[in-house]
Write a protein that binds this ligand. Structure first.
Ligand code: SF4
Length: 667
């Protein structure tokens, strides 16, 4: 028997510490690490039975060669040597004929380990001269807005949450997506604090908050700017703080001017009294924390929303209290040397073609120059998760596209591959993890060898480099060497954190004390050392309003307790295997002559998908909800991303999944 410390690798705020026990080559127990200071030994619903995922019958255990039509999922097992010989020769031929940019990587955060998410893979693509992928699907709009305001993505330490007296949960649902924040919120409340939730949906979090401000979808920017306008107009802002720490107040005031209370009330659908009580609460209670999720920035105005809420928190001087400010993420708390890890210096052309991952459908259309001739997918399942699914699936069907997928399961995307290579699970590989919520660095130690012939992402790209004939020594670095390259022990907040110290103590907090107030006690890393209230430098081409048919409904497709995008889509003990559901308010059901349980076609100009309608008070009238995302293979060949578009957010190139209009008809 062997017990090790590991880390949950999924794309989740919590980045839980795990205790993994193996008996020989089989993992027999995965539990929360009771010693972890913030995840405290309990796991979420999804990971509580992780053995079901580790040893699932869908797991890919050998290299596979396609023998049926693309999308059919018909493959035959082959040896690594044979598969690599074919793939290496095919990639080399494409690069020789079309250039390296004809190869497109496609990955995201299927595994959040620093090595697994972006290390040897990036070195490989850099050395090959491949197109660069802008990995924008989740947080790009927020990241760009936060860099503009603060220069860095950093917020208060979540462990200070119990000291806060008012938290505004703005478009975040920790009951589903950040379960370890819930006990901290409960302590805040026990200590006399209040939880207010701003969300267009009656989520589980909204239902247990002290107040739910249920605004219209996509009206967050209007609300934030309207509140800011009233704070400025009534002289309620922290003049000393704003004067000492910020630039751009006048430009910000001008940007607020159109957002009169009357206009904001019309756009948000709130009552005057609701607006006033929210305003009264945020100007009078301290410490005050604005806590935004990433869902709120997956809309046309996504970056502006995050910018506006940040400005609101700055105007009110909330950063001066321990625990106060605006928390979106804490990724900036860690010193990781991405350049040394990913080696952009290996690129033959330092500015290769860039492709935004949200426009995969367009990139695969064969109209780009050079055309994308090879697609290498890992840590991602774009056939299910990318927007404008019809365009994506049409691209994946192309007979002249070489699709290589490194995967743990036979996903919707793997079914379109020419070659599938088996990927190891996190508990089988060495890695280090940071978090985008808490401030702990962790070492994840393998409990067993990878199952079957599966290999880690780093090993896959070492093998692929050899197969293609890339011989730079950096492409054969070991995982231990990659960890050494990644950790920046010279960073003041990483002092003493290195591979050796993590081997002795696998959970370590960055050296940034909880009561150090970001951007008050730490430098502001913008060019001028100030917080920027100046509006985002958005060009002169605003996103035009949609032309919305009278009977259209606003579709929101958020995560739920049972899902992290498509990662658990085939695990029967986690995701129920019944039909896809569309939640609709009674008012909208009645208007359409529908009743709970009716089969409906949900459609718009991009596509359509079949669902079963369910009466629900989660959405307000005019809004519908479908939780993201089901596997196409388990939903009649399509899912909700038939209806989402490739349109990018206002700034930062982020997704606009939650700015989607649909219509519904009886099936
Ligand atoms: S998915 Fe999130 S909450 Fe669940 S175990 Fe993993 S890190 Fe923890």
């Amino acid at each position: 028997m062997k017990t090790v410390h590991a880390v949950c690798p999924h794309d989740c705020y919590d980045t839980c510490g795990l205790t993994v026990t193996a008996d020989g080559d089989r993992i027999i127990r995965i539990a929360g690490d009771g010693e972890h200071p913030i995840t405290r030994g309990f796991l979420c619903f999804k990971v509580n039975h992780y053995e079901d995922r580790l040893y699932h019958p869908d797991r890919v255990l050998t290299p596979l060669r396609r023998v049926g039509p693309k999308g059919s999922g018909e493959f035959e097992p082959v040896s690594w040597d044979e598969a690599l010989a074919h793939v290496g020769a095919a990639l080399r031929a494409i690069v020789d004929e079309y250039g390296g940019e004809a190869v497109l990587p496609y990955s995201f955060s299927g595994n959040m380990g620093i090595l697994s998410e972006g290390s040897m893979d990036r070195r490989f693509f850099h050395a090959l001269g491949a197109s660069r992928l802008d990995r924008t699907i989740c947080t790009a709009a927020a990241g760009a807005a936060l860099r503009h305001v603060y220069g860095l993505q950093l917020g208060p330490d979540p462990e200070t949450l119990p000291r806060v007296r008012l938290v505004i949960l703005w478009g975040t649902n920790p009951m589903a997506t950040n379960i370890h924040e819930v006990p901290l919120l409960d302590t805040l409340r026990k200590n006399g604090g209040q939880i207010w939730c701003i969300d267009p949906l009656r989520t589980a979090t909204a239902a247990r908050s002290d107040r739910h401000v249920q605004l219209a979808p996509n009206s967050d920017y209007a609300l934030a700017m309207g509140l800011a306008r009233e704070i400025l107009r009534r002289g309620l802002y922290d003049k000393a703080f704003v004067s000492a720490k910020t630039t751009g107040l006048e430009a910000f005031q001008r940007a607020c001017e159109p957002w009169t209370k009357a206009r904001v009330i019309a756009e948000t659908g709130l009552l005057d009294a609701e607006f006033e009580s929210l305003l009264q609460a945020i100007v009078s209670v301290r410490p005050l924390l604005f806590r935004s999720g990433y869902g709120v920035q997956r809309q046309n105005d996504g970056a502006k929303v995050i910018w506006a809420v940040s400005c609101l928190s700055i105007l009110l001087g909330t950063l001066q209290d321990v625990g106060g400010g605006h928390l979106v993420g804490n990724g900036g708390a860690f010193g990781i040397r991405h350049d040394r890890l990913t080696r952009p210096d290996l690129m033959p052309n330092p500015r290769p073609r860039r492709v935004n991952m949200l426009t995969l459908g367009q990139a695969l259309s064969n109209r780009t120059r050079p055309p994308v001739k090879a697609l290498i997918v890992y840590n991602s399942n774009p056939a299910a998760t990318a927007p404008d699914q019809r365009a994506v699936l049409s691209g994946l069907q192309r007979g002249d596209l070489l699709t290589i997928v490194h995967e743990q399961m036979m996903t919707d995307t793997a079914r379109y591959a020419d070659w599938v290579f088996p990927a190891a699970m996190a508990m089988e590989t060495l890695d280090i993890h940071t978090s985008y919520w808490h401030r702990y660095v962790q070492l994840s130690v393998p409990a067993t060898r990878p199952l079957g012939e599966s290999v880690s992402n780093s090993e896959f790209f070492r093998r692929l480099a050899r197969a293609v004939g890339l011989d730079h020594p950096a492409l054969q670095a070991t995982d231990e060497e990659l960890i050494d390259d990644a950790i920046d022990s010279s960073h003041p907040w990483m002092s003493g954190i290195c591979r050796e110290s993590l081997e002795a103590r696998p959970v370590q907090k960055v050296r940034l004390a909880s009561d150090v107030r970001p951007f008050v006690d730490t430098p502001i890393p913008t060019a001028d050392g100030k917080l920027h209230l100046d509006p985002l430098p958005i060009g002169a081409d605003p996103i035009l309003g949609d032309v919305v048919p009278d009977d259209a409904l606003h579709l929101i497709s958020p995560s739920r307790r049972e899902s992290i995008k498509s990662s658990f889509g085939n695990i029967a003990t986690v995701v129920k295997q019944d039909e896809p559901e569309l939640l609709m308010h009674d008012v909208d059901l009645t208007r359409r002559g529908l009743t709970d349980g009716d089969a409906v076609v949900v459609f718009n100009a991009l596509g359509e998908t079949l669902m079963r309608v369910r009466a629900s008070d989660v959405p307000a009238p005019g809004t519908v909800v479908s939780y993201a995302v089901r596997w196409n293979e388990r939903g009649g060949g399509t899912n909700i991303n038939q209806l989402t578009s490739q349109r990018l957010s206002d700034y930062g190139g982020g997704g606009t999944f939650y700015s989607t209009w649909v219509r519904v008809r009886r099936a």
